[in-house]
Ligand binder design. Structure first.
Ligand code: GDP
Length: 437
């Protein structure tokens, strides 16, 4: 998502991080680049201007110019401003149950697809969703929703003979009650552009079904045009949230970055592809750090939680406490890390590492370490102190590495053990004292 913007912004910030001391001059230069990057991503010019002004004010206010690590502080300020811009602290969905959601938008914005996507997400959360076709003008749209509902195994309601949209809405609510559905999503008719008939129809439907959420589905690939559409819809209908679609592909990000600030309506979800699983809750803070190339530490942690065996981790923690960590455990730990994905994809989520190419070095290093440990006998792995010179030579030959690499690994390992012993012995306090000394 938003690759070009990410590239340009991280470039501007990399230049700043590199300088030892910040001056008005190099800061102005970097902020000019930031502004150009935003405009290049089709961010509304007013939004871009205000953004840079706010960052500038805060830099001055916090006396960053005299700071210890000025580059980092600016990155932080820009990150916080981006989060603010993307819409901080929005709750994604009303907690009402039954939950009624009205989906509005122009033709082709992705309304029908997003209705099915939202139903799928709610189903995962334990709701029993029903999607309701309220497009009385295009029978094909009704069919499309029906097909999607079948595929996702959620309830579907339509009345192909009726032209009375509010009545269809009311009948759907009744049907939902009978079927004990507790999340009802109304997919309304679209238009090529906003007109009064469309707005009138939606208003009447809204009065009848009393929705908890009115979501506008807008095509994010349209850039500023999407912002204009959102503004017009919000003026007429007082939206509660936005679903920005088509942020996959080459969407530049302008709509996502300007829309909250221009319309005041928060983005709740984003569509990132045609399939029903290509739908994400919109997290401003995560997107901000991704855009800044600061990595997505939250996602990294989540991924780790998903992939690392909890029991194994607890066993490991216990061993660490007792300081009887040996090379076998070391191997096990390395394999856990490997399960999280390729080193490159993990690095991509770490601050400052986005886009860093590893040339497979880290992975190679890991493979070599693994080979060395595997060339040891189980006894050696459990009692590393057995490893004298001749044993090390045998291991190096077995693993196809130089003896110096075996020595390096052992040194690393011994340091680790020493630290653990310290933590176990006089507790962490002794170590802290040493570190402070
Ligand atoms: P509607 O007229 O507003 O109901 O729009 P549709 O739901 O029929 O979507 C219009 C087209 O956009 C379809 O071809 C969808 O597959 C496609 N589409 C919808 N959402 C996304 C998205 O997030 N990414 C991409 N790439 N295509 C999407």
């Amino acid at each position: 998502m938003f690759e070009s913007l990410t590239d340009k912004l991280s470039q501007a910030l990399r230049n700043l991080r590199g300088v030892g001391k910040l001056s008005e001059e190099n800061m102005a230069e970097a902020l000019k680049e930031v502004r150009a990057a935003l405009l290049g991503a089709d961010v509304h010019f007013k939004v871009a201007r205000e953004f840079v002004e706010r960052v500038q004010q805060q830099c001055v206010g916090r006396e960053v110019l005299k700071g210890v690590s000025p580059g980092q502080q600016i990155v932080k300020i820009i990150n916080d401003e981006l989060v603010r811009l993307l819409g901080e602290g929005a709750t994604e969905l009303s907690a009402a149950r039954p939950l009624r959601v009205l989906m509005v938008g122009l033709h082709g914005s992705g309304k029908t697809t997003s209705s099915a996507k939202l139903a799928k997400l709610l189903k995962k959360r334990g709701y029993r969703p029903m999607v309701v076709a309220c497009d009385i003008y295009r029978p094909a749209a009704i069919d499309q929703l029906e097909i999607l509902a079948k595929a996702e195994e959620v309830a579907f309601y339509a009345d192909r003979n009726s032209k009375d949209v509010p009545a269809i809405g009311a009948a759907a609510l009744e049907a939902a009650r009978e079927a004990t559905c507790d999340a009802i999503i109304f997919d309304t008719a679209g238009r090529l552009q906003i007109d009064e008939t469309l707005i009138d129809e939606v208003k009447k439907l809204r009065a009848r079904v009393q929705p908890d959420e009115v979501f506008l589905v807008a095509d994010g690939a349209l850039g500023q045009e999407a912002v204009n559409v959102a503004k017009a819809f919000n003026d007429a209908l007082q939206l509660t949230g936005l679903i920005l679609t088509k942020l996959d592909g080459d969407a530049r990000g302008g709509a996502a970055l300007s829309i909250k600030s221009i319309t005041g309506v928060p983005i709740k979800f984003v569509g990132t592809g045609e399939k029903t699983e290509n739908f994400e809750i919109f997290y401003p803070d995560r997107l901000a750090s991704r855009i800044l190339g600061m990595g997505d530490v939250v996602s990294l942690v989540e991924r780790a939680q998903e992939n690392i065996d909890q029991k194994e981790a607890e066993k490991m923690a216990e061993k660490l406490r007792k300081a009887d960590f040996n090379l076998e455990d070391f191997l096990g730990q390395m394999r856990q890390i490997k399960k999280m994905g390729s080193m490159e994809s993990i690095m991509g989520m770490l601050p400052g590492m986005n886009g860093v190419k590893l040339d497979g070095d880290a992975e190679k290093q890991m493979a070599r370490t693994e080979a060395i440990i595997l060339s040891m006998t189980p006894q050696e792995r459990r009692k590393p102190e057995l490893l004298n010179g001749s044993r090390r030579l045998r291991i190096a030959n077995g693993a196809g590495v130089k003896i110096i690499e075996v020595n390096q690994l052992m040194k690393q390992f011994q340091q680790m053990q020493k630290m653990m012993k310290m933590l176990k012995g006089g507790g962490g306090r002794k170590m802290m004292r040493q570190m402070q000394a």
